[in-house]
Design a protein around this ligand. Structure first.
Ligand code: NAP
Length: 236
């Protein structure tokens, strides 16, 4: 479970733990330890590892250690993400690369290293957290939208490759959800967003967590290669 240190990832980690799933909380900082402790203190089981998901070699080493410890990892949720917004004309290459590597390349790294065990086990669930921005684009977010749209193509391709092995690979595409990522938006922009959402509110992290939890369940066994949008009707 990447990006488990706060926001949507923390909510997803706690939701999965409630379903008696042992959760490996991954984040860049020590935030993952806090969430892992919260899970164990409330009766679940979890562990924390600090990994920069944008670095392929670091992810590979982390996966090796996890596989040594656990044999296989049954469920992978690629949630870690960043935004570095700027109008394209002012966007520098660093902001492009950081966003593509953190949001999109990270999915490739984790999936590549954890998929083999799922194939051998004939069971697995992979959920990639994209965004409605990957579908409709957004001012100042060409890098983010490209990464999030890329995740959809990636998901559908991998889903086709492993569908016959009992592995479901899906995308959850949230709309605007209350978290650190959206906390910095000006009040005026927030009001405008709410006006455009048929449900007239921002989502909360639990709204996303419930969707992810379902896609990770046994009951979701005939659902693969799909995009589940969680946006209060904004992009229907
Ligand atoms: P957030 O509050 O900013 O949290 C991001 C999480 O990702 C943090 O735990 C952070 O680690 C981790 N992370 C970032 N870069 C990382 C790296 N290089 N290596 C390891 N971990 C890294 O974001 P959020 O709002 O919860 O968003 C979670 C996901 O949902 C993202 O992929 C985002 O694009 C997507 N999404 C969010 C919204 C929204 O409205 N919030 C809408 C659509 C999609 P630390 O805790 O250590 O900093």
């Amino acid at each position: 479970m990447t990006g488990a240190g706060r926001g949507l990832g923390a909510a997803i980690a706690k939701e999965l733990a409630q379903r008696t799933i042992h959760v490996v909380c991954v984040s860049r900082s020590q935030n993952c330890e806090k969430i892992s402790k919260e899970i164990t203190m409330t009766g679940g089981t979890a562990e924390a590892i600090m990994v920069d998901v944008s670095d392929g070699k670091t992810v590979e080493l982390a996966c090796e250690k996890l596989l040594e410890r656990h044999g296989t990892i049954d469920i992978l949720v690629n949630n870690a993400g960043i935004a570095r917004d700027a109008l394209l004309i002012r966007m520098d290459e660093g902001d492009w690369d950081d966003v593509i590597r953190t949001n999109l390349s990270s999915c490739f790294y984790w999936t590549k290293h954890l998929l083999r065990g799922m194939v051998q086990n004939r069971w697995g669930r992979i959920v990639n957290i994209s965004s409605v921005v990957g579908k409709i684009g957004n001012f100042g977010q060409a890098n983010y939208a490209a990464a999030k749209a890329g995740m959809v193509g990636f998901t559908k391709s991998v889903a086709k490759e492993v569908a016959s092995r009992g592995i479901c690979v899906n995308v959850v595409a949230p709309g605007f959800i209350e978290s650190d990522m959206t906390a910095g938006l000006p009040e005026k922009v927030m009001e405008e967003i709410k006006k455009n959402v048929p449900m007239k509110r921002m989502g909360i992290p639990d709204d996303v967590a419930h969707a992810v939890s379902f896609l990770c369940s046994e009951e979701a066994r005939y659902i693969t290669g799909t995009v589940l949008t969680v946006d209060g009707g904004m992009t229907m």
